[in-house]
Design a protein around this ligand. Structure first.
Ligand code: ATP
Length: 888
């Protein structure tokens, strides 16, 4: 406010504004005035600048005008979103009832503070709006995450910043609140803000006080001990959860009734996927464009409801490690696939189902309008039918869903009876409540409609009763309705007539009945609107009372939607149910990359086998020219394992998946919030992280380790990494290692658990044809120059490169490499769980081949139906089998 204006000279409204502003100095104040939100002084200047709105002036005192900006009430959410996305906090100020207030005065108070993590404007239905709270201590980091639009609320604890980074990437929060210790712990906060547009706020230390945090949680969940809500084992997580709840109470100013449960989870309950693996495998968005299209979620998500979409996303982000839970999900998918008619019927019923979780938050915030209620009713209408179809399934998971699914028919009936079919959006204009639902409303409506008729009837009745032939009911603005009796009939006026006015030749009267009618007719409109509003609020509150039942039903529907979607996709894309084992064997026959196969026209994707175990087939070194398909092959293996552990069918002819505890990928350069070093440094950091954190039950995808530095350094590092993976701690970590260092294929003979594979190409003169088929053995050439030619590098350069490569080829080096002795400490085969001999022989794809097998396969080839590329593949495979056999 300009200094020359004194507060005393401001209008009462402006004084109120300035008072409120003092308390909410860090917020832009949106002040509700009728159908507009207005901002004044500095706030108006910021809003006008940031949102490119016209700045005007408003009278604010004696001859003074305050800079002013305004946005219409109905469009406020968009403006709010734009402001909070730019990092501003907005306090919404609205009129509140205050009986103590003198007549004519209006009181406005802050009813909600909107921040990026508490914005109710839904921007992407299938994505959560997470707010994350971090309670940092030197030994443990407490993390709590909540979504005000759905009521989801979690907490966990991690040991270090790397794991915090992984959780951050999993939830992608819009806002972080933290204690001050976090600001100085070394985490790269600037990057969070600049690159990921996450706003970070440090809250006052008292918010993180353990005792207050515990108290607020106990109060909110109405329990006496933390055990009552299952979070007693997470002391630092509890602090984060309590501080988060306090922040929500302070900003949202509602009872947060939709936060019914808090879900503590151990990160070890899920497969550990670090942030770079999540990105590299393109689970929910593509690496470069950050689009859903082209990600695994894009292929799998055929969900019908927003709740289902969100659940599927979180399932992919958190694959399971517990075999039983995976089997349960797979059972549900299989059961639905076994009865595709019922499944498709369920999907039809799911189609109109509204986002019940987000509806509940609207109910809690009292922003749900009559149209939301009608959408809600339409959703509930589907529930009995869904329950009936579900009864035809007997598996544990689907029956469980059926049990949790409350058909909520009481709420359906309430809305059906009370709310008009096509109601207005606004709850202040009336026209929402159905005829017949409430007597007073019906009466007021007919008063509005039939008032004239009632007056005519009363006039007629009284004319007969009094015998006054010219008795008339008339109206004027001062006296309202009255009977007019001319002087000649004065002595016939009955006793119950009350005189209102005397004129020269007539008298005007009223009666109790006429007064009643007058009140009803004249106030009908206002009363009706007020009554409808009250009634609607009551109906909304009674929906709010059922929050627990509705939330349980919403969760059940989300699960059902996910299973139905996975079942449909399995059928359409010819996926199979994976077998799961805890013996560490990954045996995939004719596996395909779920996303690449969708991108390639027709059936052109070439399927490949994978066999890995904890002993002889632990490490696969994969060579092959650029563009051959190495990365695709490795990622497809990781994705198939991940899909199986999500409870999803997989793109393969058959798959037996040994459950892994973690998947690590090292593919290309990627960002790491916690580091911030050069590309090679990032690469080495990731390698260090993998070697430190992988266990013998992990799956490692290592693509061209060491390529970021000089050839010899890179080769040596790659070599040493493979040796390390073979040592005692990691022995058994199944590893796919793609490399252009052909020298690494020397390791096959030197280490018992290393096997060479390559992706076949065919030389045709100077050119190469990619066969995309993985075969046993190392590639004998790199074909880099041929690929460069294919890419259109000028002939002159290609020819010169050929000359140089001739001169560089140095037999000496190859000899030296052959002479390196491996340094693998403690290489002892890990004690294997007994593997059924029969099973192993079926699984061991690359085990010794007999001549007869090759002949048999040749006989089985249907030459007439084979595409040329497939024929080449078959030929190549058979030839290689023989070569390997004769070499062996
Ligand atoms: N099995 C397959 N069937 C059909 N097409 C494939 C297959 N595998 C890969 N491709 C195609 O080949 C392209 C290159 O594959 P990919 O990136 O995996 O090669 P790469 O060997 O890792 O190459 P580089 O060494 O240069 O990184 C893919 O984008 C895909 O279109």
């Amino acid at each position: 406010m300009p200094e020359q204006i004194s507060v005393e000279s401001l209008t009462p409204m402006m004084q109120q504004y300035m008072e409120t502003k003092k308390q909410y100095a860090d917020c832009i104040l949106f002040y509700r005035l009728g159908d507009f939100y207005e901002m004044f002084f500095e706030d108006a200047q910021i809003v006008s600048r940031e949102l490119e709105l016209t700045l005007t002036g408003k009278a604010c005192g004696l001859e003074e005008r305050a800079p002013m900006c305004g946005v219409p009430y109905h469009a406020v959410e968009n403006y709010l979103t734009r402001l909070v996305n730019k990092g501003y906090k907005v306090a919404i100020c609205e009129q509140v009832e205050d009986p103590k207030l003198a007549k004519g005065l209006v009181k406005r108070e802050v009813v909600r503070i909107v921040t990026p993590g508490t914005n109710l404007n839904i921007q992407e239905e299938s994505k959560n709006h997470f707010l994350m709270c971090i309670a940092y201590t030197v030994t443990k980091i407490g993390i709590s995450v909540a979504d005000v639009t759905t009521g989801d609320y979690f907490l966990t604890e991690v040991e270090d910043l790397k794991k915090l980074n992984d959780e951050l990437m999993k939830y992608e929060p819009l806002e972080i609140i933290c204690n001050e210790a976090f600001l100085v712990c070394g985490f790269r906060l600037e990057e969070l803000k600049e690159k990921y547009h996450i706003s970070v706020n440090a809250l006052a230390p008292h918010v993180f006080d353990d005792d207050s945090c515990r108290k607020i949680l106990l109060r909110h969940f109405r329990v006496n001990t933390l055990k009552g809500i299952g979070i007693e084992d997470f002391p630092v997580g509890m602090t984060a959860a309590g501080a988060l709840l306090q922040y929500l109470y302070d900003t949202q100013k509602t009872d947060l009734a939709h936060f019914i449960h808090i879900n503590p989870y151990l990160t070890s309950k899920y497969m550990l996927l670090d942030s770079s693996t999540r990105r590299n495998l393109e689970l929910t968005e593509t690496l470069r464009e950050k689009h859903k299209t082209g990600s695994l979620l894009w292929v799998l998500d055929k969900t019908k409801t927003a709740m289902g979409g969100r659940l599927l996303r979180s399932m992919l982000e958190q694959p399971l490690v517990d075999k039983e839970e995976m089997e349960q999900r797979l059972d549900a998918v299989e059961e639905l696939s076994g009865d595709s008619v019922s499944r498709d019927e369920i999907r039809e019923y799911l189609n109109p189902i509204y986002d019940l979780e987000r509806l509940l938050s609207k109910v809690t915030y009292k922003t749900a309008n009559p149209r939301d209620c009608i959408s809600f009713r339409n959703s509930l209408e589907m529930l009995p039918a869904i329950k009936t179809v579900l009864k035809s399934f007997s598996g544990q998971e689907l029956s469980g869903i059926e049990n949790h699914l409350d058909d909520l028919q009481d709420i359906y009936q309430l809305i059906q009876n009370a709310i008009e079919e096509d109601p207005p959006v606004s709850i202040r204009e009336g026209g929402m409540i159905k005829d017949g639902f409430d007597e007073t409303i019906d009466m007021l409506r007919s008063a509005k409609r039939d008032g004239k008729q009632w007056l005519a009837e009363l006039e007629e009745q009284d004319r007969e009763r009094t015998g006054i032939k010219n008795l008339r009911i008339k109206y004027n603005k001062v006296f309202g309705y009255y009977f007019e009796v001319t002087n000649s009939y004065k002595n016939q006026v009955p006793e119950d007539y009350i005189r209102k006015q005397t004129l020269a030749n007539a008298e005007r009267y009223t009666t109790v009945r006429l007064k009643e009618l007058e009140d009803t007719i004249l106030n009908a409109e206002d009363k009706l609107t007020a009554l409808e509003y009250d009634l609607f609020c009551k109906i909304r509150d009674s929906i709010g009372m059922e929050v627990e039942r509705i939330q349980a039903t919403a969760k059940a529907l989300a699960k059902l939607d996910v299973y139905a979607s996975l079942s449909l996709i399995s059928e359409r894309n010819h996926y199979v149910r994976p077998k799961l084992n805890e013996k560490g064997i990954i045996d995939i026959r004719d596996g395909r990359h779920p996303v690449v196969e969708q991108m390639i026209a027709g059936d052109m994707f070439i399927a490949n086998d994978t066999f890995l175990d904890n002993s002889k087939h632990c490490i696969s070194i994969i060579t092959g020219p650029n563009m051959a398909g190495k990365s695709t092959y490795m990622r497809q293996t990781a994705l198939i394992v991940l899909m199986a552990q999500t409870g999803c069918f997989v793109p393969a002819k058959s798959a037996n998946i040994g459950i892994v505890d973690r998947i690590f990928t090292r593919v290309g350069a990627s960002d790491d919030l916690a580091s911030g070093q050069s590309t090679f440094m990032v690469e080495m950091n990731e390698v260090a992280n993998i070697l430190r954190n992988a266990t013998s039950d992990s799956l490692l995808i290592l693509d061209e380790i060491g390529r970021g530095t000089s050839t010899f350094d890179g080769l040596s590092i790659a070599w040493a990494v493979i040796e390390h993976i073979s040592n005692r701690k990691l022995l058994g970590a199944k590893t796919l290692f793609a490399t252009h260092y052909h020298e690494l294929t020397e390791l096959e003979g030197k280490m018992h658990n290393v096997n060479n594979y390559c992706i076949a190409v065919k030389e045709r003169g100077d050119d190469i044809v990619f066969l995309r088929k993985i075969i046993k053995g190392g590639a004998d050439k790199s074909y880099g120059i041929q690929v460069a030619k294919l890419a259109g590098v000028p002939d002159m350069v290609i020819d010169r490169a050929k000359e140089i490569v001739e001169q560089l080829t140095d037999n000496d080096i190859i000899e030296k490499i052959q002479n390196i002795t491996v340094d693998v400490k403690d290489v002892k085969a890990k004690k294997q769980p007994p593997v059924d001999e029969m099973e192993l022989s079926q699984m061991s794809l690359f085990d010794t081949v007999k001549d007869e097998d090759v002949l048999q396969e040749l006989m089985d080839v249907e030459v007439n139906t084979l595409a040329p590329i497939d024929a080449l593949n078959v030929l190549y495979r058979l030839q290689n089998k023989l070569k390997n056999r004769w070499k062996g």
